[in-house]
Design a protein around this ligand. Structure first.
Ligand code: PLP
Length: 392
């Protein structure tokens, strides 16, 4: 812990950037929250999307949060911090209602099922979590025919969607109706690449004409927003339903939030129950997400900025090339100069400087991710560590 500059963390994570008109108690409250959110052994981790707390840290942070605002429990997802979190998400997304879900998978599947009603065709990215990573739930549980578009690509275009729909009209005898379009953004299996906003707008325009509802798998929407500069609310307005993860970067140990019109969201608690997802108590996850939502957008913006400053400085040393991906978000391609042993670099960064990176491959390359753990150290420390590690 000695190498960790808590002041820097506070400074760059928003503790100081508070308008002067804020009462002192507000400032202190914010500082206390940020400081107590540090894990016991803070480590800068260039992988993953956010801090994933160990159980002892989780318990301590919730206990601290409870001292500031008492945590109120829910009962089957009703009341307490769950209700408070749902309200926060309606403000964040601009949607009428939000509901806590036990998992993102259930949020995706139920949203698509309700939006598409009795129409069976649902268009998805071939690389999407809905298509590849939900155990064919769309087909086997919800009787949907998932139609994958843009194989191996991060996104499909409005023109591709339109052509597929036009072609189906000619190629199939019994049309069952076009139920929904689901878009994941950013795309996990495309190394966090984004769907360009102009394409989302074109797809929305076409879908409105065709009366096809749209779902957003925005598990990492905070990240898309930080890297594109487009607000979560703006992204949300192009979709009928939006899901955001509570554990990928908001500290919870599981859970998801689904937002949309009351007509859709009001159907969910019954559907969660019949699919076995209704849990008696959800407050441990909801309380953590509620607590960590405070200042999350600023932390991401600060992390992005610090990452860019670090990579610019390191690119000038001639030892590294760290470049963003096309349409990318928080995942960057690191290339280590040939005269440096990449594996040694990884080990020394970890052992001597408490910085973790994925192990470079045989070409001395790795994909590294920026998340809020970068804020645990000042820029100078980070530059210095990368410059000294791997030398001997
Ligand atoms: C893009 C995306 N959508 C949905 C999910 C599913 O989330 P959960 O693990 O909460 O079911 C994930 C999880 O990895 C994901 O990456």
């Amino acid at each position: 812990m000695s190498s960790i500059n808590r002041r820097n963390f506070l400074r760059s994570s928003g503790g100081i950037a508070i308008p002067a008109v804020l009462p002192l108690s507000g400032l202190l409250g914010n500082d206390r929250q940020q400081q107590s959110d540090l894990p016991t052994h803070p480590q800068v981790k260039f992988f993953g999307d956010g801090e994933m707390y160990e159980p002892s840290d989780y318990i301590r942070i919730l206990a601290e949060a409870d001292k500031t605002v008492a945590i109120a429990k829910d009962r089957y997802g009703v009341g307490g911090v769950v209700e408070a979190l749902e309200k926060k998400f309606t403000v964040l997304t601009g949607k009428e209602k939000a509901i806590f879900m036990p998992s993102g998978t259930l949020a995706n599947q139920l949203a698509i099922a309700v939006l598409s009603g009795n129409k069976s065709k649902v268009f998805v990215q071939e690389t999407s979590h809905v298509f590849r990573d939900e155990a064919d739930a769309g087909q086997s549980v919800f009787q949907k025919r998932l139609i994958p578009l843009a194989k191996e690509e991060p996104f499909f275009t409005a023109a591709q969607l339109q052509k597929t729909i036009d072609d189906m009209g000619n190629a199939e005898a019994f049309l069952t109706g076009f139920g929904a379009v689901s878009i994941e953004n950013p795309v996990r299996r495309a190394d966090g690449r984004m769907v360009p906003i102009h394409e989302i707008k074109q797809i929305r325009k076409y879908c409105l004409e065709k009366k096809i509802p749209m779902h957003l798998d925005g598990a990492r929407l905070y990240i898309a927003s930080a890297w594109s500069g487009i607000s979560i609310q703006e992204y949300s307005q192009y979709f009928d339903t939006v899901y955001i993860s509570l554990y990928k970067y908001l500290g919870a140990s599981a859970g998801a939030m689904l937002c949309g019109d009351a007509a859709v969201i009001d159907q969910m608690s019954h559907l969660i129950k019949i699919h076995g997802g209704s849990m008696y108590g959800n407050w441990t996850n909801a309380a953590m997400a509620l607590h960590r939502m405070e200042g999350a957008e600023k932390r991401f913006a600060d992390a992005k900025k610090l990452g860019e400053e670090l990579f610019n400085a390191l690119n000038k040393t001639g030892r590294f090339s760290i470049q963003p991906l096309d349409n990318g978000t928080n995942i960057y391609r690191l290339t280590v100069a040939k005269n440096i042993d990449g594996k040694n670099l990884q080990i020394q960064l970890n052992q001597q400087f408490n910085i973790r990176i994925p192990r470079p491959d045989n070409n001395n390359e790795a994909l590294i991710s920026v998340n809020e753990t970068i804020l645990y150290q000042p820029l100078d420390y980070l530059i210095n560590s990368f410059s000294k590690a791997g030398l001997g």
